[in-house]
Ligand binder design. Structure first.
Ligand SMILES: Cc1cc2nc3c(=O)[nH]c(=O)nc-3n(C[C@H](O)[C@H](O)[C@H](O)COP(=O)(O)OP(=O)(O)OC[C@H]3O[C@@H](n4cnc5c(N)ncnc54)[C@H](O)[C@@H]3O)c2cc1C
Length: 456
């Protein structure tokens, strides 16, 4: 029976249907986090929304869970699952820009690299992530924190509409005017409500930016963090950026004898007039001597891909995250205790600003609830060797435990670990019950449960 159904699925799908008997199975089941080793029942590499519909119908009729995969970056590995139907959107990566309307539409499997390249050609951008290989879909559905968020809001705040294949196999439009409840839930609620096959965004005139990374001595880290706390509260909204604990990679702009040493880096992105860039970054330069930097004018997509090489596919990942309302002296002290112990060049901790345009929406305007946070911290453990798992996970957990008393109960859903499912309610706060109601309306049987799950 199951075999017959797979053959029917193969007949319906224009993309590829890959089962454990197929040669490409091991390649197709692999996700970005090499710690994840799951054996799906079938992987559908969809070519279009009709393929997605066929895969969803197959899963529903077979009572199998669906794992949706866009960019594949989910740290808990939600883009795959044992015995699941994987809907892999990585063949659906088109991006179409409408410069007159200042909108851009991305297929459900596009990455931020795909998106930025297309919009940059028109001198436009919208809020995306820090790394270009991350999926537009997964990042946006969880919220979307990035360089441009202070000026333009989260990625999800720029979403104008989405095309969605829901659990019952319908193809719906979600926008302020159509299926508005679904549209509300998609903006922060993650992959709980269906497969999003295309996303339409508002884009803004941003072409080249002034910025890049600068490295400060550990002895100056306290001063830089304290400065950042005050400065970012009311810096011009064209200023984006964040402090990061970072081991110096072997790059030419860093003195060779310092390669491999830990620093407090600051990554800046001035998206205002280029000629004002040096002046905008001067306050940071004035805090303490900069050991090394690669700062200047560059195309926005260049900054968005500048750190890709530090995080190639195939690393081990374990992350923890928190929202922070006030970066107190005690919290900074905890960062100073644990940040300099960052174990490998791939691992890092970022303290992203959450303010400016993000604060201008009410906490219940979209599913993303923490509009009153000031910062989102991510402790991103990423390392090459499985043999080092224990030590690296310990670093992440110790760091997290030390900062938790100065943080909110909830953490950004897209940065949270697989063992954070009990924090989902805290993440959504007052929005949780409404999310449950939308879930009941669109996915009452919880077909989409391989995610930070909102139970119907
Ligand atoms: C190296 C790295 C850098 C990151 N940087 C940032 C950053 O700067 N800012 C930020 O906000 N986040 C960042 N993240 C977190 C990122 O937002 C999440 O990991 C996100 O889930 C990744 O989306 P994806 O499509 O790449 O992943 P996937 O693993 O493909 O998807 C993750 C989950 O999202 C849902 N999903 C994805 N696409 C769709 C779709 N089209 N329809 C329905 N559901 C979908 C599904 O539930 C899926 O299981 C980063 C993660 C990594 C690993």
């Amino acid at each position: 029976m199951a075999k017959l159904m797979i053959e029917q699925l193969q007949d319906q799908v224009r993309g590829a249907v890959i089962t454990p008997n197929d040669e490409g199975y091991d390649r197709a089941r692999r996700v970005y986090n090499a710690m994840i080793d799951k054996r799906p029942r079938v992987i559908v590499e969809a070519a279009d929304a009709d393929d997605v519909k066929a895969a969803v119908t197959f899963a529903r009729e077979g009572e199998l869970a669906i794992a949706v995969r866009g960019g594949g970056h989910s740290v808990p590995g939600f883009g795959t699952g044992d015995d699941a139907v994987v809907v892999d959107l990585s063949r659906m990566r088109g991006v179409h820009v409408d410069p007159a309307r200042r909108t851009a539409r991305a297929d459900g499997g596009a990455t931020w690299g795909d998106f930025n390249d297309a919009t940059h050609a028109h001198g436009m951008a919208t809020t995306g992530g820090i790394i270009s290989t991350t999926g537009v879909g997964g990042l946006t559905l969880g919220g979307g924190i990035g360089y441009l968020a202070r000026g333009f809001g989260l990625s999800c705040d720029n979403l104008l509409s989405a095309e969605v294949v829901t659990a019952d196999g319908r193809r719906l439009i979600a926008s302020e005017n159509e299926n508005a409840d679904l549209f509300w839930a998609l903006r922060g609620g993650g992959g709980n409500f269906g497969v999003v096959t295309s996303l339409e965004f508002r884009v803004h005139p941003v072409k080249d930016i002034y910025g890049g990374p600068m490295f400060f001595e550990l002895d100056d880290a306290a001063a830089v963090l304290r400065f950042y706390r005050e400065f970012i509260a009311d810096a011009p909204e064209q200023f984006g950026g964040f402090p990061a604990w970072q081991i110096a990679p072997p790059l030419p702009f860093i003195p060779e004898k310092r390669h491999g040493e830990p620093f407090l880096a600051f990554v800046a992105c001035w998206a205002g007039p280029i000629e004002e860039g040096a002046r905008a970054l001067k306050p940071l330069h004035d805090v303490a001597p900069v050991v090394a930097e690669s700062v200047g004018p560059m195309p926005y997509p260049a900054l968005n891909s500048a750190f890709d090489a530090l995080v190639p596919p195939g690393l081990q990942h374990y992350w923890k995250a928190n929202f922070v309302k006030e970066l107190t002296d005690e919290a900074i002290e905890a960062h100073l205790q644990h940040g300099p112990k960052v174990p490998v060049v791939n691992s890092t901790v970022h303290i992203y600003p959450i303010n400016g345009a993000v604060h201008r929406l009410a906490p219940n305007a979209t599913a993303f609830a923490y509009r009153d946070a000031s910062f989102a911290t991510v402790i991103a453990g990423m390392w090459p060797e499985p043999a080092d798992n224990k030590a690296n996970i310990k670093w992440v957990r110790d760091y997290y435990d030390a900062t938790a008393p100065y943080s909110e109960a909830g953490g950004y859903i897209n940065f949270m670990a697989a063992d954070d499912q009990d924090r989902i309610k805290a993440n959504y706060r007052g929005n949780y019950q409404r999310l449950v109601e939308v879930k009941r309306a669109y996915d009452p049987d919880n077909l989409f449960r391989l995610n930070q799950n909102i139970k119907p």
